[in-house]
Structure formats: structure tokens, C-alpha cells
Design a protein around this ligand. Structure first.
Ligand code: GLN
Length: 246
């Protein structure tokens, strides 16, 4: 078994360990004998054929980095759209999440055009002091069971117009300051503000994506072998207790 991943702009969009998400996916595949190929793409590279990938990953970045990659990302629009429509999974963190919507307007009023794959849009307040910064706990049911997911958020952008969030906020801010909704979800899209890296303490979310990738072209359901996630879950429990029992 094999999955192919395209990690876009790893050299520019990589905050609070976002690239670690790829290491975690690779590790969890390796433990199960699933080959995991991770190609990288960045500004100026030859245009990849996006639909050949099972998963496309984009991390988060500061406003400046988002501006730097914007023109290049727009060139990739047709390819990414074609891949998404044909079932490629899109995994998007923070800055990457914002740029798949209609636009991101930063604190200075500069507007970065998004790919418009989804209807949401993001606006940062003009005061830079009004950022959403800190640990965050959300609850999601994407795996069919309620799971508490922990991470770290740091964004000025307030994302509005999300129809189907990734989770509900139990602690922290989420899509907007003090909002109840966090991220965006479709069966082949997880877009979220959670850094950390997000997958480090949330093994169910890694496995949701791995399972999706290995099953998308299979005519029978391939079940993932269980891994020993004791340590990851213990770490998550510490954070959940610290934050929710305040
Ligand atoms: N620059 C964006 C914002 O501040 C995204 C930040 C991020 O990716 N953490 O909203």
C-alpha cells in the first residue's frame, strides 16, 4: 500500500511545527507498512500534476509569507481544484486554510486573493493587538465519535462564512475571536487554525486522513492496524485537564 502526498510551500508556510504533521503521517504509515511518499513544491518549481496526489498539505504563515506565495498559489488553482474534485484530500493549516477561501484581508487592509475553492473569507482587525493567540481545545465528530483535539492558535484573521466547521470550540477562539466554530470540514478537507503541530497529540485525526487516502481507490474497506497511542493521548489529557479545568 502506498500514499502520495504533496507538501506545498514548506519553506515559507511552516509555523509552530506545522511541517511536523508530515513527519507524523509518515511515521504512522511506516508503522503499518504503508509506503508514504512526500513530494515538495514551492514557488517557481515545475507545476506538479495535482490529481496524482492522495493528499495536498499547506501549513500556516505570517502575512508576509502569504503575500510571497500568493501569485504562485493562484497559478496552481486549476490543478488543485481538479485534484480536490477528484477526491484528493486537502489538509490546510491557518494561512493555508485562509488562502483556499475567497480572500484574506490583513491588518493593513491588503487583500490576498484566495483560490475560492470554498465560500468563506478572512479579515484581520486593523488593531494588531486583537489577535487570537493561545492554546485551543475543540471537539470534533469527523471520525464518527466525539474526539477532543488540542493545539495552538495564533492568527489575526477572522474567518467568516464557514458552513461546515471542523469542530466546536471548548477552549480558545477558533474561526473568529471567541467563536464556537473552528475550521472547515468536508470528507476530503480538513482546514484548521490548530498548530502544534496539530497531529502530534491527536492521532485520530492523522488516522482519519491516512484511512481516507488508502481507501479512496479501494473497492473494499481497508482497516488501519491499531497503534499504541498511549503517550500521545496522555500528553493530550494533560493539556485538556489544564485548560478545561481552569
Ligand atoms: N497571517 C495569518 C493571520 O495572522 C495566518 C497566521 C497563521 O498561519 N498562523 O491571520
Amino acid at each position: 500500500m502506498k500514499i502520495k502526498i504533496l507538501h506545498m510551500y514548506a519553506d515559507m508556510l511552516d509555523l509552530y511545527g506545522d511541517s511536523g504533521n508530515m513527519e507524523i503521517i509518515k511515521y504512522r504509515c511506516g508503522k503499518r507498512g504503508i509506503e508514504c511518499i512526500i513530494d515538495k513544491y514551492s514557488v517557481g518549481d515545475d507545476m506538479p500534476y495535482f490529481p496524482e496526489y492522495d493528499l495536498v498539505y499547506i501549513g500556516g504563515g505570517a502575512d508576509l509569507e502569504q503575500q510571497h506565495i500568493s501569485a504562485d498559489l493562484l497559478k496552481c488553482r486549476q490543478g488543485i481544484k481538479k485534484a480536490y474534485k477528484s477526491g484528493t484530500f486537502l489538509f490546510l493549516i491557518c494561512g493555508g486554510y485562509q488562502l483556499m477561501g475567497k480572500y484574506y484581508r490583513d491588518a493593513d487592509g491588503n487583500e490576498i486573493k484566495g483560490l475560492g475553492l470554498f465560500d468563506y473569507f478572512t479579515i484581520a482587525p486593523s488593531s494588531r493587538k486583537k489577535r487570537c493567540i493561545g492554546n485551543i481545545v475543540i471537539k470534533t465528530e469527523i471520525t464518527g465519535k466525539p474526539v477532543k483535539v488540542v493545539g495552538f492558535e495564533n492568527h489575526g484573521g477572522q474567518t467568516q462564512g464557514v458552513k461546515n466547521p471542523f469542530g466546536t470550540v471548548l477552549y480558545g477562539n477558533g474561526n473568529c475571536s471567541k467563536s464556537s466554530a473552528e475550521g472547515y470540514f468536508e470528507k476530503n478537507v480538513i482546514a484548521t487554525y490548530l498548530h502544534g503541530p496539530m497531529l502530534a497529540k491527536n492521532p485520530e485525526i492523522s488516522d482519519y486522513m491516512i484511512s481516507y487516502c488508502i481507501n479512496r481507490k479501494s473497492d473494499r474497506l481497508i482497516k488501519l492496524a491499531r497503534l499504541d497511542d498511549k503517550l500521545e493521548k496522555e500528553c493530550r489529557k494533560v493539556m485538556i485537564e489544564r485548560l478545561l479545568n481552569k
